[in-house]
Design a protein around this ligand. Structure first.
Ligand code: SF4
Ligand code: SF4
Length: 83
């Protein structure tokens, strides 16, 4: 499952540099996660790094994007191969 940022985001910019996949960016109003780049940090870390640092706890799993560990690992491999 990719993660998503809710409208409780206060634009503090703490999460963006923590993402190993560069999936987080400033959107029109709040920060956003590109689901095509988010691996839940699979391949890099045991825990989603953005969730760990968000001061207002506004980065839940996106219920519309349920993905298996294998799918996330495949994405990690694809992203790192491109890098
Ligand atoms: Fe980036 Fe990991 Fe957060 Fe996904 S869970 S947006 S890969 S820091
Ligand atoms: Fe928004 Fe949380 Fe990221 Fe700060 S850490 S920009 S509040 S999502």
């Amino acid at each position: 499952m990719a993660l998503m940022i809710t409208d409780e985001c206060i634009n503090c910019d703490v999460c963006e540099p923590e993402c190993p996949n560069h999936a987080i960016s400033q959107g029109a109003e709040i920060y956003e996660i590109d689901p095509e780049l988010c691996t839940e940090c699979v391949g890099h870390f045991n825990e989603p790094q953005c969730q760990q640092v968000c001061p207002v706890d506004c980065i839940p799993l996106d219920p519309d994007r349920k993905e298996s560990k294998e799918t996330l690992m495949d994405r990690y491999i694809r992203i790192t191969a491109k890098a």
